[in-house]
Ligand binder design. Structure first.
Ligand code: SIN
Ligand code: FE
Length: 290
């Protein structure tokens, strides 16, 4: 099935045996690739993990770092071990998927933490800025990335047949046209200050400033949230979906228990670098942004 923003793929193996340029092109132009039939068994032993209370209340989610360190979880040794194995299984399968879906990325992919998200989205209380039920493109206040891409693999593993309900918004270029004129100008001085004070992990570039301000401007605009072109989609348990979350406007409206793998990817790994947010913002600003 092809809707304008989501492409459903009926592959039944995490290893794609034939490279499909139209899928790659769709992904790089900001669409979501949705895999309906990828096998992922949850064992009897893993059922103890389907419990909100294994997440540390002060953590945003549970994650396994590339260094093998588990964060944000509370529980007995056996729970932690079971969880680590589940996350590792998903991490390995995600890698199989991306390596075979987009072989050119393989040598460039940087593996970021893999997360397990046991909280019910609807019952979370969050500030508007942190609220992912509002459409946004991903941009992180403390971690400038200089245009490097954020590629994410998601899987709904809800045991009670509950969908993860997403909204997907309009193409990045439309978002940039709408919000760029509204954001406050970049200040190198302020970026230096943020860095010196340790509020950013490295110097915030003009690109990072723009992405962050676009993220905030989208989330804070109630009328945009309601009225912009968008499609709602139910990702059912077992569904896997992939997108560049720095480019695809997305919002997670409801659901519980999801796995997520983040990768960072340098622009040079892309087939169509001209569709990247960095290229689009640079051509609109007509100056170097990083
Ligand atoms: C997000 O990346 O904004 C949230 C995704 C989700 O929780 O489904
Ligand atoms: Fe997001």
């Amino acid at each position: 099935m092809i809707t304008s923003s989501i492409i459903t793929i009926q592959n039944s193996s995490w290893v794609i045996d034939q490279q499909q340029l139209d899928w790659i092109s769709a992904l790089e132009s900001g669409k979501v690739l949705h895999f309906k039939n990828l096998p992922f068994e949850i064992s009897e032993k893993e059922r103890i993990l389907f419990n909100e209370s294994i997440q540390n209340p002060s953590a945003r989610n549970i994650s396994l770092g590339a260094d093998g360190l588990l964060k944000g979880v509370i529980g007995e040794e056996v729970t932690l071990d079971t969880l680590k194995q589940l996350i590792l299984r998903f991490r390995n399968l995600s890698q199989d998927l991306i390596h075979s879906l987009v072989p050119k990325y393989a040598e460039y992919l940087k593996v970021s933490p893999t997360s397990f998200r046991p909280l019910n989205i609807e019952s979370r209380q969050q500030s508007w800025r942190a609220d992912d039920r509002r459409l946004h493109v991903d941009a992180f206040a403390t971690r400038p990335n200089y245009g490097e891409r954020i590629l994410r693999v998601f899987m709904n593993i809800n045991p009670d047949n509950q969908p993860r309900v997403w909204r997907v918004g309009e193409p990045f270029e439309k978002i940039a046209d709408q919000f760029l004129p509204l954001i406050k100008p970049y200040s190198k001085l302020q970026a230096k200050l943020l860095n010196v004070l340790g509020l950013t992990k490295s110097f915030r570039s003009e690109y990072d400033h723009m992405m962050l301000k676009i993220h905030d401007a989208m989330k804070s605009d109630i009328s945009y949230q309601k009225n912009c072109p968008q499609a709602q989609f139910n990702f059912m348990p077992g569904d896997v979906w992939v997108c560049f979350s720095d480019q695809t406007s997305h919002a997670a409206m409801s659901g519980q228990f999801m796995m997520e793998q983040t990768y960072n990817l340098p622009i040079k790994a892309l087939y169509e670098p001209q569709s990247s947010p960095l290229a689009l913002l640079t051509s609109k600003a007509r100056r170097k942004l990083v």
